[in-house]
Design a binder for this molecule. Sequence first.
Ligand code: KIV
Ligand code: ZN
Length: 513
Amino acid sequence: MTKEKLIIFDTTMRDGEQSPGASMTKEEKLRIARQLERMRVDVIEAGFPAASDGDFDAVQAVAGIIRDSTVCGLARANELDIRRCGEAVRGAKSPRVHTFLATSPIHMEKKLRMEPSQVIEQAVRAVQQARGYTDNVEFSPEDAGRSDIDFLCRILERVIKAGATTINIPDTVGYTLPEHFGGLIRTLRERIPNSDKVIWSVHCHNDLGLAVANSLAAVLNGARQVECTVNGLGERAGNAALEEIVMAVRTRQDMFGCDTAIDTTQIVPASRLVSGITGFPVQPNKAIVGANAFAHEAGIHQDGVLKSRDTYEIMSAQDVGWNANRLVLGKHSGRNAFRQRLTDLGIQLESEEALNAAFKRFKDLADKKHEIFDEDLQALITEETSDQVESEHFRLVSLTAHSETGESPFAKIVVSENGKEKRSEAQGSGPVDASFKAIEGIAKSGAELLLYSVNAITTGTDAQGEVTVRLSKEGRIVNGQGADTDIVVASAKAYLNALNKLHSNATRVNPQV
Ligand code: KIV
Ligand code: ZN
């Protein structure tokens, strides 16, 4: 029996981007979009075009390069948002406009200050307007998980009549439980007379840790599109994790009457790419993509797996892309091999100069580290493109950090600020602390350090450390990244990268979604 298709709608670049500090540049979105296409994601939600000119440009650029996935933009149910969104996705081979309006009593009364009948009229108008740009229109009744079911039936029947082709049911605040949410999907499909004219979709948030469970309950009750994000990134506690949805449906084919088209071997590369770009590390025990997801510690387990893998493993690490792309380069690799590997990874640099600069960084790294893995290349490119985009107000020139038992650690730093070299030194509780204090001695940003984390990009003591620094200033939160085989240098680079982002005028305006 042929299985029905479960559409995977990725919103890493829209809802995922709404995580504090996760905002992405156009170049970063293009890299993620290429990886999502390679993974065979069906729909890529590339951003919120009305939010800012930068977001508009990014969605338009994604629409211009992606051929095999539908490219979608989000729009509030008003004329301006829909126009911006329609224009941004127009160049896509397969464009979609996704518009939404809140339907729960609390949102209608307190946020929208609108009567239910007005909400229906506005939603219908929005869908009709969106149909002027594309015949692929999605409507979401925001906060559906806390909406009245009779009202949902009324409004959804009307928006389907108006031309919506996908109805997405969001559990915006992550309030529902699997049985309740599955029942909601079943009831809507049964009670709405024209429900068979649309694809039913779900979009679950993880506030109670139930986003994946709720999405799967919906699939068991007839949903045929799931909205999700790589690594479960997203507003507050995040969205349903793409990798968990895909692997649950694939692994439990005995339970699901549908399957996805995802190339699962691209899951781990996608996870690494998103984590590197956003600076949100993946916890080691995270399902599917965590470093320990396939590690067996207990002797009994190790013994069992050696005898037969399926004693303790329900999926294979290779199937989800662990070790899939580990072809290595070394210090003798030439420019062509380097270029070819970038192409294989879906990375296209804008110009020959950018390629030359990246190749130089690669050679510098290869001098310090024997084998260069794909993860090293991704980190190197993330740094290279980030430096170009953030216009490098601050740039690390040199750093000396000293630590010795019984002595107070100190750091001396030379930073170029707008092309002018400045020096500073400071003591700290450790060499990283001392370096940050020395940088602050120059930058005087007054920003608050919210997070500092270090991850080894690959294995071995010669691995590069990838550092994330999250800074907050005047309500703005940014993540800076830096990578180097010396983690004090990586830390200083990450701190300066965050300062450059704070300094950049490209402030993203995130509307209240
Ligand atoms: O969580 C939510 O309700 C959303 C909608 C815009 C789908 O992100
Ligand atoms: Zn959401």
